[in-house]
Structures are given as structure tokens and as C-alpha cells.
Design a protein around this ligand. Structure first.
Ligand SMILES: *Cc1c(COP(=O)(O)O)cnc(C)c1O
Length: 373
């Protein structure tokens, strides 16, 4: 799709991503690997472009959710280790092995599928055992690792590359849960050593928030997602730069009388004669219906409130009376204009959700543009 066909577009600042990777690299020091997590098309920023920049800036691993995402990176020529973070069914295991991806195991079935997929290829697949230290989602019980898992992982059919876990509350207000999960993980590593078992080379538990908040979680690698995109919503993340800007243009301007009802359901009634501008972005683009009568956009550096319901493809805003607006004027929905700024955190607040959901919700209909330099 030609990027300039639509007035509405997401502009991706790859320099911001580079700077953010460097910041994480510095935070962990030279001995720790940084995995750039580029699942969900790089949290909506374009997985291949983000991966290339991240690797150029010092990331040594890539993380994806499903094997197809890893295949896309391999096809684009990325050769660094890629870990599929999600659980694999038989098809996922096959695709992962075929493309030389590292796979996570949380149960015996997927290990068997991985071994089955590798045998005809004569490959030794690389696996990371995931333990559940308190997230309650994927992962085996820590107590089962020494007795049940080590024999299978050291039998020669697979290469035991990693031991990992995932934190449930690293961006939350309390430290207890994170500390408990980390100590459960470290206890397990210690239990392996006591048994004379070498832990695998990659030990990892930290996501973006933990990397910046809890240096004890760095171990041998950190898995950084949301922070790469400058959308990590904790005070420690203030140095990170937002990487996405969403812009559109005014496609219609009209004066409406006092009492006019705007949009589906007439949920906005003009309190006095006012100017309404229509902008071609809607919930099918990821500009959420929850933004109705709540969100703001920037026109000529001024905040203009969404008036009425956000519809599938359009939104209407009320323009302050001292702003002259014309057809074709630039509208900033996410980002800065004239000293004012709208952040992904604002979006998340308006929709009562988290920045992750906002970024990954910007749909494929919105062209991604990568301004050079
Ligand atoms: C998505 C994901 C991450 C990255 O988390 P962020 O909070 O975005 O940094 C790390 N680990 C796993 C297992 C994930 O699924």
C-alpha cells in the first residue's frame, strides 16, 4: 500500500528506538544480552524495521510471540537468535525448528513436537525451559525441573539454551511479588548447581519495567518490549523517547448552531454556535470508540476535544473559536504540535487500558511511514 494514499498515517521514529535500545544496553552493562521484543509487528511499529535498528544498536536477541513472526524476521535476513515466547503446538514447533528459532517449553507435549520436527532435518533445536515462579500462566513448577526436566533437556535431542520465567508485577506499585518471583528463580538456579547440574547459558526473567527498576533481575539477558517504543508507563522510564506519532488532516470544517447534535446517537450537543472539524480516523484504525467525548487532538498546536462518538472511519472535534481551521490542516492525534503533546499514556487513560493495547491496536489500515534521518 502506498504510504501517501491516506491522509492518516503513523510516523515511526527509528532514531528514538535506537536511542531507547542504547539506554537499555547501558542500564544492563556489557555482560548482559538485550533481547528486543518485536512481537505483534514490533508493537505496531513494524517488526523488521525495529529489529534491524535494535540489532544495529546492540540488541543481540529478538523475541516474538509466534513462529510466523520469527519466520518473517529470518526472511528479512536477520540472523541473531530469535526466541518464540509463546507456547508451541505441533505446527508452531515445526515452523520454529524449520526457521532456526529458539522455542519455549512449558509442558512435555511441545518438547516432543519440537524433537519430532527436528529429527527429519537432522537439527538439534534450541529450547528454553520456562518456569512458573508466580505469574500463573505458562511455565512448569520449579520443583519439577531437577527431577523431571533436566534428564529430558540433557539427553542430546535438544540443546538446552535457556531457563526463564516471567514477572507479573514489575511495573506495579509493590515490590514483594517481583522479589518473590526472582528469589524462586534464583533458588532454582542454585538447586541445579547444588546437584552438579550446569544451568543453561541464558537465564532470563526481566521485562522492560524490571530492567529499569530491579537490576537484580538482569541475570544473563533482559527481554525488552514496550520500553523500546518509549511507551513504558513508570517514572523510571522518563528518559525513553516515544517512537510513534499519528497524524491526519481535517477533511471538513463546518459551523453548527447551538444545540446541534453531532455523530451517532447524538451524544454531543453544541453548547453554543461552534466549529466542528471532521478527521478521517476511527476505531477501525485503532482510534478507540472509548475516546468518544473524552479524547483530544492537536490542530495548530491547540487542543481540540472529540465531540460525539468516534465512528469506524471518522471522528469529529470541536475547534476553539479563536483557531482558524481549514480543509487540509494537519491534525496530530498522537505526538507533539506547537508545544502541546498527546502521549500514548493519554490514549491509554482515555480508553481505561494500558499503552501496550493502544500501540498494538493501531490497525494495518494505518500506513507506517519511516521518515529518513
Ligand atoms: C512481551 C514479553 C516481554 C516484553 O515485555 P515488556 O513489558 O513489553 O517489556 C518479555 N517477556 C515475555 C515472555 C513477553 O511475552
Amino acid at each position: 500500500m502506498a504510504a501517501d494514499l491516506r491522509a492518516t498515517a503513523a510516523y515511526i521514529n527509528l532514531d528514538a528506538i535506537k536511542t531507547n535500545v542504547e539506554l537499555f544496553r547501558e542500564a544492563v552493562g556489557p555482560a548482559v544480552d538485550v533481547m528486543a521484543v518485536v512481537k505483534a509487528d514490533g508493537y505496531g511499529h513494524g517488526a523488521v524495521r525495529v529489529a534491524e535498528v535494535a540489532v544495529g544498536a546492540g540488541a543481540t536477541w529478538l523475541g516474538v510471540a509466534v513462529a510466523e513472526e520469527g519466520a518473517v524476521l529470518r526472511e528479512a535476513g536477520l540472523t541473531v537468535p530469535i526466541l518464540v515466547l509463546g507456547a508451541s503446538n505441533r505446527q508452531q514447533a515445526q515452523l520454529g525448528v524449520q526457521w532456526g528459532l529458539d522455542l519455549v517449553i512449558s509442558e512435555p507435549e511441545s518438547l516432543q513436537w519440537i524433537v519430532d520436527a527436528a529429527r527429519p532435518l537432522g537439527a538439534i533445536p534450541r529450547v528454553h525451559l520456562k518456569v512458573d515462579t508466580g505469574m500463573g500462566r505458562l511455565g512448569v513448577a520449579p520443583e519439577s525441573v531437577v527431577s523431571e526436566w533436566v534428564p529430558r533437556l540433557t539427553s542430546g535431542e535438544v540443546r538446552w539454551q535457556g531457563l526463564m520465567s516471567h514477572l507479573a508485577d514489575s511495573d506495579g506499585p509493590t515490590v514483594d511479588r517481583t522479589k518473590g518471583q526472582l528469589s524462586a528463580f534464583l533458588d532454582l538456579v542454585e538447586a541445579l548447581r547444588v546437584q552438579g547440574i550446569d544451568p543453561p547459558p541464558s537465564l532470563h526473567i526481566a521485562n522492560s519495567a524490571a530492567t529499569l527498576r530491579y537490576p537484580g533481575t538482569h541475570l544473563t539477558m533482559v527481554r525488552v518490549g514496550v520500553g523500546l517504543y518509549g511507551a513504558l508507563d513508570i517514572p523510571e522510564a522518563h528518559g525513553l523517547a516515544p517512537a510513534m506519532r499519528v497524524e491526519s488532516v481535517v477533511v471538513l470544517v463546518k459551523r453548527v448552531p447551538r444545540g446541534a447534535l453531532i455523530g451517532y446517537g447524538g451524544t454531543y450537543r453544541a453548547p453554543h454556535e461552534c466549529t466542528i472539524a471532521t478527521i478521517p480516523i476511527g476505531y477501525a484504525d485503532g482510534y478507540r470508540r472509548a475516546f468518544s467525548n473524552v479524547a483530544e487532538v492537536l490542530i495548530h498546536g491547540r487542543r481540540c476535544a472529540v465531540a460525539g462518538r468516534v465512528s469506524m472511519d471518522q471522528v469529529t472535534v470541536v475547534v476553539p473559536d479563536d483557531v482558524t481551521v481549514s480543509l487540509g490542516d494537519r491534525v496530530v492525534l498522537l505526538g507533539e504540535q506547537g508545544g502541546q503533546s498527546i502521549s500514548i499514556r493519554d490514549w491509554a487513560g482515555w480508553a481505561d487500558t494500558i499503552t501496550y493495547e493502544m500501540l498494538t491496536g493501531i490497525s494495518g489500515r494505518v500506513p507506517r511511514i519511516y521518515p529518513s534521518g
